[in-house]
Ligand binder design. Structure first.
Ligand SMILES: NC(=O)c1ccc[n+]([C@@H]2O[C@H](COP(=O)([O-])OP(=O)(O)OC[C@H]3O[C@@H](n4cnc5c(N)ncnc54)[C@H](O)[C@@H]3O)[C@@H](O)[C@H]2O)c1
Length: 257
């Protein structure tokens, strides 16, 4: 474990109890990082951290709601208490109210607010407290914000989701410009359409979604969390030491069609 490309590094991942966050936690741990597996619900984060430690990796489960500043601040503090430092931050938690986040002229304010509280403000809290720790350490760091191809287009009906995601691209650019002189790199990644979406159970017609999207994907399939995790892990590593302020699209070609 200790010979991997993240040996000696400590990572905190939000929304790591499932999907992209869980796949990234597993891969980063396999590459030698000690990983704070954070998110809600707590069952997921506890299970992922237990799986990593059972296979010889270093992980701690920290149930955390990213929309609550105090919980995020405490998660960063607990990570440093357990592993001594913080080198890698992956603001990844997200929700998607597939059926309610649409029809802008009728959109309930609480749908807009909840989506932005988790997907946008939650990443602000994560970056705020994570950066504060990296600045205190004075040894640089890597931030990889998980966005979405919906940030790049107007096609999704989920308007709260896509507008929050669009803001995150500039959050990464802001960090890259204003913290670069401290050795902190920040990039965003835009996954395309994966087999499982956030709040997948609420999708009204999953088979119809898949059929409609696959027709537009040159690689002819939906993606998986395991397609995305290696990219995040690469950006976190010293192999990506000259990459900052960029937005990387990993979508099987969806956005060029
Ligand atoms: N799956 C896709 O098709 C897709 C495409 C593009 C972008 N993304 C983005 O990737 C990220 C991960 O999504 P995923 O596909 O792995 O889905 P997912 O639902 O498996 O992962 C999101 C995680 O965030 C957690 N979460 C929800 N609210 C939270 C909160 N308030 N605090 C902390 N954690 C919370 C969820 O419980 C879940 O574990 C999200 O930001 C999502 O928007 C996903």
């Amino acid at each position: 474990m200790s010979n991997g490309k993240l040996a000696g590094k400590v990572a905190l991942i939000t929304g790591a109890g499932s999907g992209i966050g869980a796949a990234t936690a597993r891969l980063m741990a396999a590459e030698g990082a000690a990983v704070a597996v954070t998110g809600i619900p707590e069952d997921g984060v506890i299970a992922v951290a237990a799986e990593i430690t059972a296979s010889g990796g270093a992980a701690v489960a920290i149930p955390t709601d990213v929309s609550i500043a105090e919980q995020v601040e405490a998660a960063i503090a607990q990570t440093v208490e357990v592993f001594g430092r913080l080198d890698i931050l992956v603001p990844n938690a997200g929700i998607q109210m597939h059926t309610r986040d649409r029809n802008l002229h009728e959109l309930p304010e609480e749908v807009w607010d909840r989506t932005h509280d988790v997907n946008y403000k939650g990443q602000y809290f994560t970056c705020k407290y994570g950066l504060a720790q990296m600045v205190r350490q004075g040894e640089g760091g890597a931030v990889i914000i998980v966005v979405s191809v919906t940030a790049l287009r107007g096609t999704t009906p989920n308007v709260s989701y896509s507008t929050g995601k669009a803001g995150l691209v500039n959050l990464a650019r802001h960090i890259a410009v204003h913290y670069g002189d401290q050795g902190i790199r920040a990039n965003s990644i835009c996954p395309g359409a994966l087999e499982l979406t956030p709040d997948h159970a609420d999708l009204p017609d999953p088979a119809g979604r898949e059929a409609a999207i696959v027709k537009r994907v040159p690689l002819n399939r939906l993606g998986t969390a395991e397609d995305i995790a290696p990219f995040i892990t690469f950006l976190a590593s010293d192999d990506a030491s000259y990459a900052t302020g960029a937005n990387f699209v990993i979508d099987g070609g969806l956005t060029i069609t």
